[in-house]
Structure formats: structure tokens, C-alpha cells
Design a protein around this ligand. Structure first.
Ligand SMILES: [Fe+2]
Length: 344
């Protein structure tokens, strides 16, 4: 039997059927009665009923209209219709509006009890299911928040590691000390001159700061070698954009800088590495980084060469216009002047 706390509302303008139902159900439920639709709605506004039994014909609001209002107000409440006859039309309207059962006058005690018990049970089960779902949703939200937080922490720690690796490269390669910062500054000025968006400028700067991160995988011997590199050593050096991209790949916030790191040694004529991409197939920011990277390398003392003057660098840029470098970027660089770009 259903818990006696379950509440049932009987709505009928005729005292006979109303009282009959109350008598049948009162041992098992808290039974409330209403003499019409309006009074029923007042009850429903105050109490949470498991089930409402509604007479189809009432003077103030008819049963079908009342059923519609109840379903609007409290969609989970079970509603059964009282009718003297089970017409197809009434059944269709009632079903469409969410009533699943009929109580046919005159009432048969056993079938009334059975229907009410079934409907109240259904309402209970639905309410329990909803509570479980709500709890699940809260647990799920909490869990998602915790996972998100943990993930952000991992990302942050990884980023810190990447930054300390950048510092480690500087320490490892005495000739390139400060190279990444200088490349970042020059790439940023060039990007600005080429009208890159704020977002792209920010990405370019981040990428330039990390562009040689893959050099962490190279030996100090190769990094500092004064003599020309052997074929094997050259091949090892050419792996650094790929190693860099691999180091960066787990960091979600660096996904957009990854292509710049990967392609900063591609050449405009397709003779670069690691993929031999050509012209506009190379991302613009990678083309800009390539120019900034080479300019800084030329202006610095290297194990194998002395620093060049600005004039020599200008000449070199012009010579490699359209071969190593994007001609448009070279033109902009020469037009503004390296000194101005380096000062910006
Ligand atoms: Fe590089």
C-alpha cells in the first residue's frame, strides 16, 4: 500500500461521487476535496498533490480545462478523469493533455483503489527519479569543476616547465643568450607593421619566445660547435622545430602557437625544413618569425660567424627576398628600416 502521506485531491461539483471517492480512499491517503475547478486550483497552489481526480463536467471549469491548468502548474501530478461514460472524444482530449486514467461512475471500489495506487506510485517513482537526476547533475557539475581545475593546474605547471626550459636553452647556448626575447620583440614590430590583429600579435610573440624550445633536445656540443656541422649534426639540428612542437603539444593554451614553432625554419622557396612548405602555405606568423629569427642571428656573434652590420643584414635580406624570405615581409622591413623596427 502507498504511504498514507500521499495526497489525493478529488474535484467534483456533486457531493455524492465526491464523498464516495473520499470514503474509498481515506484509509490509504490524505484525501482533500474541492467542489469545483476554482477551489481545486486554490488547493493545488497550496499543496503538492500526488494525484488529482477530476470530474469531466463541472459548472465553473470543465474537467478538460482544469486538467490542462493542473499540468501547466504541476506537470508531474497524476490526473485521472471521472466520467459517466468512456467516450472516444473525451479519452482523446484527456490523453492529449496528460491524463492517463479514467474512473467511471458508478465507482467500483477495487478498480478505483487499483488505479489510484498505480498513479500515486508512478508519481512517486517519477519524483524520486527527478531527485536522483538532480543529485547526479549537482555531482556531475562539481566533478566537472574539479577536473577543470586540476587540468588548469597541470597546464600551468607545464607552462612553467616550458618557460624554465626556455631559460635552460639560453643557459646552454651561450651564443644565443636573449635571442628568443629579441626575436619576439622584432617579430612583434614586424607583425604590427603588417597589420596583424591583436590576437595574432599576441600569438606571434608567444611563439617567438618559444620558437627554439626544441633545441633543448640538441647537445651542447652541436649548439656551440665552431666548425661547420656534419651532415648528421645538421639533420639533428633540423629536428628542433618538430621537438619544439612536441614539447608544446600537451599545453591547450599554446595550441595556436604550435604551427608557428613547427614552421619557423620553412623557406619561401620551399627549401626549408621540416616539411619544405612553400610561400603562402607557410603560416604568415611563421614567415615573420623566420625573418626576425634570421635578422637576430645575423646581428649576433655565432660560433661560426661574427655579427653582421645593419647594412650587411639589409643586403642579405634583399638578396634572399623571395627565396629564403617572404618578399612582402622583406619589403616592409626595408621600407621601415631595421633600426626603427628594433627600436620599436
Ligand atoms: Fe630555430
Amino acid at each position: 500500500m502507498i504511504n498514507e502521506q500521499s495526497k489525493v485531491l478529488v474535484v467534483d461539483d456533486e457531493v455524492g461521487p465526491r464523498e464516495a471517492l473520499r470514503m474509498i480512499l481515506r484509509d490509504d491517503y490524505q484525501v482533500f476535496t474541492a467542489e469545483g475547478g476554482r477551489q481545486a486550483l486554490e488547493h493545488i497552489a497550496r499543496e503538492d498533490f500526488d494525484m488529482v481526480i477530476v470530474d469531466i463536467r463541472m459548472p465553473d471549469i470543465n474537467g478538460i480545462d482544469l486538467l490542462e491548468k493542473i499540468k501547466l502548474e504541476s506537470p508531474e501530478t497524476e490526473v485521472a478523469i471521472i466520467t459517466a461514460y468512456a467516450s472516444v472524444e473525451t479519452a482523446t482530449s484527456a490523453l492529449r493533455l496528460g491524463a492517463l486514467d479514467y474512473l467511471i461512475k458508478p465507482f467500483d471500489v477495487i478498480s478505483v483503489k487499483k488505479i489510484v495506487e498505480k498513479d500515486v506510485k508512478r508519481r512517486r517513482e517519477r519524483r524520486e527519479l527527478r531527485q536522483k537526476l538532480n543529485k547526479l547533475k549537482v555531482d556531475n557539475d562539481l566533478l566537472r569543476g574539479e577536473i577543470e581545475k586540476a587540468y588548469e593546474n597541470i597546464q600551468l605547471h607545464y607552462l612553467e616547465t616550458v618557460n624554465s626550459l626556455t631559460a635552460a636553452i639560453d643557459a646552454k647556448d651561450s651564443y644565443t643568450k636573449g635571442h628568443q626575447e629579441r626575436v619576439a620583440r622584432l617579430a612583434f614590430s614586424l607583425g604590427k607593421a603588417l597589420n596583424l590583429s591583436e590576437k595574432d600579435l599576441d600569438l606571434l610573440k608567444q611563439a617567438a619566445l618559444l620558437h627554439d624550445i626544441g633545441k633543448i633536445g640538441l647537445s651542447e656540443y652541436i649548439l656551440n660547435k665552431k666548425e661547420p656541422l656534419s651532415e648528421d649534426e645538421l639533420n639533428a639540428t633540423r629536428q628542433h622545430p618538430l621537438i619544439g612542437a612536441k614539447i608544446i603539444s600537451p599545453v591547450r593554451s599554446l595550441q595556436e602557437v604550435l604551427p608557428i614553432i613547427l614552421h619557423h625554419h620553412e623557406r619561401y622557396d620551399g627549401k626549408g625544413y621540416p616539411f619544405g612548405l612553400e610561400a603562402k602555405d607557410i603560416p604568415l606568423s611563421a614567415r615573420i618569425s623566420a625573418v626576425a629569427d634570421s635578422v637576430d642571428a645575423m646581428l649576433s656573434d655565432r660560433p661560426y660567424s661574427k655579427a653582421k652590420t645593419i647594412e650587411q643584414v639589409n643586403k642579405e635580406l634583399y638578396c634572399c627576398r623571395g627565396t629564403q624570405f617572404d618578399p612582402e615581409i622583406v619589403d616592409v622591413t626595408l621600407k621601415i628600416g631595421l633600426q626603427n623596427l628594433l627600436r620599436a
